[in-house]
Design a protein around this ligand. Sequence first.
Ligand code: ADP
Ligand code: MG
Length: 254
Amino acid sequence: MNSQAMLAAEVEENAIEISGLSKSFGSFQVLHDIDLVVGRGERVVICGPSGSGKSTLIRCINALEGFQSGSVSVDGTELGTAMKNIDQVRREVGMVFQHFNLFPHLSILDNCTLAPIWVRGQRRKEAEATAMHFLEKVKIPEQAHKYPGQLSGGQQQRVAIARSLCMQPNIMLFDEPTSALDPEMIKEVLDTMVTLANDGMTMVCVTHEMGFAREVADRVIFMDEGRIIEEGPPESFFGQPRHARTRLFLDQVL
Ligand code: ADP
Ligand code: MG
């Protein structure tokens, strides 16, 4: 490694670095002075009551939201206002939402190859091979030629995960990926996420699936009213929560 490459490797040791992040919608402050560093390969679960700013925080990480103060850097790229940086970060960060947002008029395979072909400039053949690889990973290769409406919610969410993976992201963000699903479909999506975690993917997951948090999280973060109230490894977070608000929340979701 030459010295420049070594410097880059040093800089990029952390996948995400957020410092002093504050954000308001008009006069309403949603995020207050958030500090959060996510190491490469780390799995972070964020939980907290509805309206506490979880979605806004992860939307700041892939520049779906701007912010007023503080800094956010992803893979060593500072998310300032430069559009060039925003494009770069979005290319490295995959995002899976509560609602799968698949294109209804495109087949599962075409959903997965669209961005690699049009954004990455991949050849169709190569994009399709990659798509089949990830559809196998999420265990639905046999659905490749169907349309989203022909699949169950759980299957559609697994397609959404595969579609993100086709862009070869370094980091995956999940915003309540199972909360719109019927109970019997939650496990298949969580199993897919566990597989991804075992592959070493850097993951930030907003979820209230505390079994998942116990199984894969390196760190669990509790947010309330736009602040990080408490964080720790699952054993201590669940075993000895320090703050009354965390305990109250856990009593409700566990
Ligand atoms: P969570 O994901 O924890 O439920 P959100 O980040 O979605 O919380 O929202 C945090 C707060 O910010 C809520 O009070 C919500 O109403 C408000 N909020 C979110 N998005 C917007 C927006 N685009 N404009 C105004 N207020 C918003
Ligand atoms: Mg939310």
